[in-house]
Design a binder for this molecule. Structure first.
Ligand code: ASP
Length: 438
């Protein structure tokens, strides 16, 4: 057998993931075989790994956007790329939420043989009158705009609100495009160099990924185990089915039809990012890896990756939007409330809108869901139930969120006329670039 240290990185990560899941339950609780202290230690190792990646996010977002906008030969008009990105993100989000509504209505996970499950699973609150109001939609837009233009950039970034940082970097990059002469050249070199340095550090941290991911997953399964989710199984199945359709059908079809690249190869190229998103439940923490995969393994230009990805990691969350819809319809069904078509359309719109503002961190969407439930006058009590099984769903929807961003980047790159994408095997390409010291 080949030395495991020489296995391709995604295989190493996969092995770490599976063995972490197998070892975790052995550490669980009082009767744990090895004892809680080790579990604690593993949790800290996992956390350290996660922090090391997150540490790169702020400089990486700035450098990739600014350098991307100012690449050699990229000073052509940007408007079209911006519009394509926006249209793609909104369109795929809409498809995701539509799939969610159809599945939730078809499977009806909140009922058993047509009887609402609320009483059976111990939920007591009776819902008040339904009071859907469009006001919240407006409030949402206002909140989104406030985040987009924060009065204090540093404060917003410290709080993990990356939208302001993205807008600032876009403005910076665009202003730089209009400058000429030595000052402009120095700036462009600086940001391009910074971008390369960030990716080089990402590479270094990724060498530790198997250890970090083993620790993260072992600590997580030690805490939560694999307790049967009982009545929530159908709910979980509905979410998973929706995510799978998006991941395996919708996005690959777009890759084939619009980008004209083989979806299999794209999956292969993105595997490290997908596994990373699955293990960390955070699209923001995964961003450095996603960027690396897209540039080195898939061959998307720095200009496109630098523009489309940071935006996607922050606003494009197809998996999250889909999940939000299923949860809201599930809760309504639990209480035997039939949402009218208009109300379901409202759920669809608000889910899409709120998913733009959800931060790329674990369980971030639960806050938005609480908001949608209160807009509809549905009790929040059931959210506790969802929270109990959220981890695995969060892992899965984050992987879909990240995959959606990468498909967006490939589609935009192809529509911008890039020819070098996925023309060779990702492993070969990565190896070649490494040999060349790029
Ligand atoms: N964990 C998700 C992400 O980072 C956000 C969420 O749906 O909670 O993409």
């Amino acid at each position: 057998m080949r030395n495991p240290l020489r296995w391709p990185s995604h295989i190493q990560i996969l092995v770490a993931l599976i063995s972490g899941a197998a070892v975790g339950p052995l550490l669980a609780g009082e009767q744990g075989l090895i004892g809680p202290a080790l579990g604690e230690g593993l949790a800290q190792v996992g956390q350290l790994f996660l922090s090391a990646l997150k540490m790169l996010v702020i400089p990486l977002i700035m450098a990739s956007i600014i350098a991307g906008l100012n690449q050699e030969g990229s000073r052509s008009p940007l408007g079209r790329m911006g519009w394509t990105t926006l249209v793609f993100y909104i369109a795929t989000g809409l498809i995701a939420v539509t799939v969610a509504i159809v599945l939730a209505n078809w499977i009806r996970p909140g009922e058993l043989n047509g009887v609402p499950l609320a009483a059976q699973i111990g939920l007591q609150t009776l819902p008040g009158d339904l009071d859907p109001t469009l006001l919240s939609g407006q409030q949402h837009i206002a909140l989104f705009l406030q985040r987009l233009v924060p009065s204090n950039l540093v404060e917003a970034a410290v709080e993990g609100q990356l939208l302001g940082l993205i807008l600032f970097s876009l403005l910076f990059g665009l202003a730089l495009r209009r400058l000429h002469g030595a000052a402009a050249e120095t700036q462009v070199r600086f940001w391009t160099g910074l971008n390369q340095v960030m990716l080089a550090i990402t590479d270094g941290i990724m060498r530790l990924a198997p250890v970090g991911i083993f620790a993260l997953i072992a600590a997580m399964t030690a805490r939560t185990g694999f307790s049967a989710a009982g009545p929530l199984l159908w709910f979980m199945a509905t979410v998973m089915a929706g995510l799978l359709i998006h991941l395996m059908v919708t996005l690959p079809l777009l890759l084939r039809w619009i980008a004209r690249v083989p979806p299999r190869r794209h999956f292969q190229a993105m595997m490290p990012a997908l596994l990373m998103a699955f293990s960390t439940s955070s699209s923001a923490a995964t961003l450095p890896v996603t960027m690396d995969c897209l540039e080195r393994r898939a061959g998307v230009s720095r200009r496109t990756a630098g523009f489309v990805l940071p935006l996607g990691a922050t606003v494009n969350m197809d998996g999250t939007a889909l999940f939000e819809c299923v949860v809201v319809l599930f809760v309504a069904q639990l209480y035997g409330i039939d949402l009218t078509l208009a109300q379901q359309a409202l759920v669809l719109a608000v889910a899409l809108l709120t998913s733009f503002g959800v931060a790329g961190i674990p369980s971030a969407s639960l806050v938005s869901i609480a908001m949608i439930l209160s807009v509809l006058g549905l009790p929040l009590e059931a959210l506790g139930l969802v929270l109990g099984v959220d981890r695995i769903l969060d892992m899965s929807r984050t992987a879909v969120n990240v995959f959606g961003d990468t498909v967006g980047a490939v589609v935009v790159a192809r529509l911008e006329g890039e020819q070098e994408i996925l023309i060779e095997s990702p492993d070969v390409r990565e190896h070649r670039l490494r040999e060349q010291g790029d």
